[in-house]
Design a protein around this ligand. Structure first.
Ligand code: GLN
Length: 258
């Protein structure tokens, strides 16, 4: 290659980002896999090369992880993964402390807290990254949800859970519920939790296609973790696509708010 080619061509390894989809077999309901698709797509539009690791129980842990996405699951799914999850707990805690962004929806959000006591009285320990605990109740909290987040503005989604989550002083809520929804517990008005770059939330939906600001936050933090900076390289065609996706999200927000 000529020197000019070397200067203008970015080697793929400089733009690679490693995404982990955590327990997609057992923890993935109400469209949570859409979060993985959104991250893959938007990373590519920003000129990065996403590599996705679908990690299930017993799998090998990849060498590089820049972002972790976990979904919701039934209580039974949570019980299935708990042993393997604990074998990986220290690793995940270290990554969180190192600034690796993580998005945990519903069932995985609960297990990122201190514990989840199911409605049958069984106590599943959590890995304690989020200062929160969850207690299962008979009544399920179901419905569309709109919240105001200090960090991300208006966030929209759909909740469906029996667990009620209560935050400790070490976690700040992702947002405050607006209108009808229940959020963490239907009592204190809070929804979700955030510690460092780790976000837990009850928002299914999928969350990220409807809330691109959160997707972009996760991507920026993933790039910073890997390369020290987020350096989007957006072609005109990619810009158009990003604008189209933003219009979709605005429209979804308009409908949710009406
Ligand atoms: N099993 C948990 C609950 O019902 C999580 C449900 C979910 O992930 N949607 O509270």
């Amino acid at each position: 290659a000529t020197a000019a080619t070397v200067e203008t061509e970015t080697p793929a390894e400089d733009r690679r980002l490693d995404i982990m989809s955590l327990y997609p077999k057992d923890m993935n309901i109400y469209g949570d896999s859409g979060n993985v698709l959104t991250i893959q797509r938007r990373m590519a539009l920003y000129g990065y090369e996403p590599v996705t690791h679908y990690y299930n129980q017993g799998d090998q842990w990849p060498i590089e992880v820049d972002l972790i996405l976990g979904g919701g699951g039934q209580d039974t799914g949570q019980k299935k993964i708990i042993k393997d999850f604990f074998a990986r707990a220290n690793l995940i805690r270290e990554l969180a402390a190192d600034g690796v962004p993580m998005l945990m929806i519903c069932g995985m959000y609960q297990l990122f807290g201190e514990y989840f006591e199911t409605s049958e009285g069984e106590k599943l320990p959590g890995i304690g990254i989020l200062d929160a605990h969850t207690v299962g109740e008979e009544v399920r909290l179901i419905g569309n949800l709109v919240e105001e987040s200090d960090d991300f503005g208006t966030v929209i989604g759909y909740e469906n859970h029996s667990g009620q989550t209560f935050l400790g002083d070490g976690a700040k809520p992702l947002g405050k519920v607006r209108g009808e929804g229940a959020g963490n517990n239907g009592k204190d008005g809070f929804e979700g939790a955030r510690v460092n770059n780790v976000i837990g939330t009850y928002m299914h939906g999928s969350l990220l296609p409807k809330n691109p600001r959160i997707a972009d936050f996760l991507i920026a933090k993933a790039a910073e973790h890997r390369y020290g900076v987020f350096d989007p390289q957006v072609t005109p065609a990619a810009r158009e696509e990003l604008d189209r996706l933003d219009r979709f999200a605005s429209e979804a927000r308009r409908v949710a708010e009406s």
